[in-house]
Design a protein around this ligand. Structure first.
Ligand code: NAD
Length: 471
């Protein structure tokens, strides 16, 4: 398989070209380096129809066979990790080591899901009756992914949906379609035709998909704004939805931490992938007694962490992934500057790439835009607090509730704080850890429904109660 050209959609097991092409930009240079196909409405119909046909058989394939096939998909990704990683860096911008981590994590994730199994609960097995609850698939799933973790977030949908017996039509973000198209081709060599269809197009393909009557469910990861539109459209014919949306995660740093141990972890919890992570630390609350000491350490890291083209050796942070996001992040920084806030900045390459220097905003007011809004780029407000009650209230005063972190030398105090945070995940003395067996659920406007874990698997199924009269 070639990774440097020939990007096709996979529909009904065949490689399909679009009638138009979409230019894919390398964010480190600002230049188009490849063309991806654009799906027509007729091709969308074909993809849904191929998935529908495949569903009739796939849903009856024994779970053990579906598990074995998923395991092969994971292995196939791992076998091609290097090729995927190089292409990933070009289209997404993330430096090669981080790109490799994503490909390998995606491969291992599918393998972990392949070990899961939908449960069957026997409620009664008596002389009078036998009652069981089992779980059956939904049908054809519409999956829509964003550009920040294009492979991982697609795999979070593919693996449980297929394990459950559904088939799928997947659309990557128009900013990062290439690795997903190649993954569709690769998986097409293993799966029966039509089980996984990968199509591609601009943002206007998303609404066509969500309105399509052939889908039973929509699995969406993206912004809260788009997620609301998806839910509105889904309501018309009561499609099931799982929405993984925005976040504005708070991390709370208590005075008893060992700053030399935690500073670097906190820095990368905020800035890994140039801070384009839904679960990155986006508001950093630091106890007043250690605020200056931590700020100085983070400032030193901002100054010494190399930003640049991710294909160059020694580069740790890449560009912002696309122009739209680049302008959004710059607007937030300019707003902070215009309001007289103090910025601590690292350096970034000049040129046409979408580079934004690591920017720490020194104790801005809680009401400033940079605190209230999700930046989704390398700008981090750092805020002082004095008491636990105060910081918990400030952390929770947020429309989002995706994840959060507590840093403390005392696990009990950290646990007490963690349990008071209104978020789907809380980390203690670490960050960004997700697991295939743990439910990932955004509270408040960070999402609707659950991905991952048994709860996430069951979102691709409906319960069926079988009630047998005896005697
Ligand atoms: P986005 O909402 O602009 O786009 C996401 C996807 O939706 C893309 O594939 C896009 O083409 C498609 N789309 C656009 N308009 C649509 C419509 N009207 N109907 C259906 N689909 C449509 O988001 P983005 O800029 O790609 O991603 C960044 C956002 O994603 C951030 O807010 C981030 O927090 C969030 N995110 C959340 C998670 C999570 O798991 N909660 C993970 C990653 C990213």
């Amino acid at each position: 398989m070639r990774f440097d050209s020939e990007y096709s959609m996979t529909i009904g097991g065949a490689a399909v070209a679009g009638t138009l092409d979409l230019g894919v930009i390398n964010p480190a240079t600002g230049e188009v380096f490849a063309q991806a196909p654009v799906c027509t409405p007729a091709q969308l119909d074909e993809a849904v129809s191929a998935a529908r046909t495949a569903y009739a058989r796939w849903r009856h394939v024994p779970v053990s066979e579906r598990q074995a096939m998923l395991c092969r998909l994971g292995d196939a990704l791992l076998d091609h990790a290097e090729d995927f990683a190089r292409l990933f860096t070009k289209e997404q911008g993330r430096p090669i080591a981080g790109a490799r981590v994503e490909v390998e994590a995606a491969g291992n994730w599918i393998k972990a899901v392949s070990r899961m199994e939908p449960p069957v609960h026997v409620l009664e097995d008596s002389l009078q009756r036998f009652v069981e609850t089992r779980y059956v698939p939904l049908g054809v799933v519409c999956a829509i992914a964003p550009w920040n973790f294009p492979l991982t977030l697609a795999v979070w949908k593919i693996a449980p949906a297929l394990l459950a017996g559904n088939t799928m039509v997947l659309k990557p973000s128009p900013f990062t379609p290439l690795c997903t198209l190649k993954m569709g081709e690769l998986f097409g060599e293993i799966l029966p035709a039509g089980v996984l269809n990968v199509i591609c197009g601009n943002d206007d393909l998303g609404p066509l998909m969500t309105a399509h009557p052939g889908f039973a469910k929509i699995a969406f990861t993206g912004s809260t704004e788009t997620g609301k539109k998806v839910m509105e459209t889904a309501a018309r014919d009561l499609k099931r939805v799982t929405l993984e949306l925005g976040g504005n995660d708070a991390a709370i740093v208590m005075p008893d931490v060992d700053l030399d141990q935690v500073a670097q972890k906190i820095f990368f919890g905020a800035f890994f992938n140039s801070a384009q992570i839904c679960i990155a630390t986006k508001r950093l609350y630091v106890h007043a007694s250690i605020y200056d000491a931590l700020r100085d350490r983070l400032a030193a890291l901002a100054g010494s962490t190399r930003m640049g083209d991710g294909s160059e050796q020694g580069v740790v942070l890449g560009p912002v992934q696309n122009k739209r996001q680049y302008e959004r992040v710059l607007a937030l920084i300019n707003d902070a500057r215009a309001n007289g806030l103090k910025l601590i900045q690292g350096s970034a390459p000049a040129g046409e790439g979408y580079f934004v220097p690591v920017t720490i905003v020194d104790n801005p007011p809680e009401t400033s835009r940079v605190v209230r809004e999700e930046a989704f780029g390398p700008v981090l407000p750092m805020l002082k607090f004095d008491s636990i009650d105060e910081v918990v209230a400030r952390a929770n005063d947020c429309e989002f509730g995706l994840a959060g972190a507590v840093w403390s030398g005392d696990e009990n105090i950290a646990l007490e704080i963690a349990r008071r945070l209104e978020t789907g995940t809380v980390w203690i003395n670490q960050n960004l850890q997700v697991r295939a067996d743990a439910p990932f659920a955004g509270h408040k406007q960070s999402g609707f429904g659950v991905e991952n874990g048994l709860e996430g698997l069951l979102e691709y199924m409906v319960p069926q109660v079988v009630n047998v009269a005896r005697g």
